[in-house]
Design a protein around this ligand. Structure first.
Ligand SMILES: [Mn+2]
Length: 297
């Protein structure tokens, strides 16, 4: 029986979300389902770069799809309006902290701690003994590069490396592609640091008080320290900003509120000099949050 399946990430997706939606919808179509990707709202600048470079054209999508697959997303916050939780039949994501079983009771859930959700989608293609189109293989590779700081960040797993190598055997990213996607992202952030910080901020609950983590990932991220320190967000209590430099694969964690800084330092085991603590290789928000929650890893 043919069904209509919409595959979507969050609204205004990043490259990982957009690539997963396109690539997983393509796999479902190959397997006989009537599936389509939804790239809802305005993808971020890096995603737009990669979509343009690979010649992707947004299909006209019927919002009346009976079933929904979430990719690179496992929360109800920020989903497209077309998504209702009861219609979600599958969730593919790579967050370490989630409540997906409760939020999406009908869904088959695969949430595994790899660097990119695109790795999980590439593995689905391999498991099905099929190969995505060249342009789709490029999108998935670009997404893996993006989420793993070019395969060098501490979130990178052997599965990300395997998936990237397998995809490169289908279509290799042209020279300058990854530099181009990071440059597009950097330009968008630098053009308005305040807007980027609020876009990239998330609040997390904790028994000892909620807190906010904003994360900016770009080449030369450390050069933004002064601009970030001048932002309104820096004067708010229980806020940290994680600057991830995708060139050096290092990160700088900034906290201006001294009480909150001591609280974080004790739990993460990092040493601050002034407002900043350097981490090499880069540590990402999902890892920081897991450690603050006391999860193993
Ligand atoms: Mn992702």
């Amino acid at each position: 029986m043919r069904i209509t399946v919409l595959v979507t990430a969050k609204r205004n997706p990043d490259l990982d979300g957009a690539a997963c939606a396109i690539a997983y919808a393509e796999l479902l179509r190959e397997e006989g389902y009537d599936a389509a990707p939804l790239v809802d709202g305005n993808p971020d600048a890096e995603a737009r770069f990669a979509l343009d470079e690979t010649g992707w054209a947004r299909p006209a999508v019927s919002m009346s799809a009976s079933e929904i697959v979430l990719v690179d997303a496992s929360d109800v916050v920020g989903l497209p309006d077309a998504v209702s939780a009861e219609r979600v039949v599958e969730v593919i994501d790579h967050r370490q902290h989630h409540d997906a079983e409760r939020l999406f009771p009908r869904a088959r859930i695969q949430i595994e701690a790899v660097g990119a959700a695109a790795t999980l989608v590439a593995e689905r293609w391999r498991a099905a003994a099929r190969r995505p189109r060249g342009s789709t293989a490029l999108l998935l590779q670009a997404a893996i590069q993006s989420n793993t700081q070019r395969l060098r960040g501490s979130v990178t797993t052997p599965r990300d490396l395997d998936a990237a190598a397998w995809l490169a055997g289908i279509a290799e990213l042209p020279d300058g592609f990854v530099e181009g996607q990071f440059a597009a992202r950097a330009a968008e952030i630098v053009a308005d640091v305040d807007a980027a910080l609020s876009r990239e901020s998330k609040r997390f609950d904790h028994p000892e008080g909620s807190y906010v983590v904003a994360q900016l990932e770009l080449p030369g991220a450390v050069g933004l320290v002064d601009a970030v320190a001048a932002a309104d967000l820096a004067r708010t209590e229980r806020v940290m900003v994680n600057l991830v430099d995708v060139d050096s694969a290092r990160s700088l964690l900034l906290i201006w509120d001294s009480a909150f800084r001591r609280w974080v330092a004790a739990r993460l085991g990092v040493t601050f000099t002034g407002a900043g603590a350097e981490c090499s290789p880069a540590v990402l928000r999902k890892q920081i949050v897991a450690r603050l929650r006391g999860d193993a890893s």
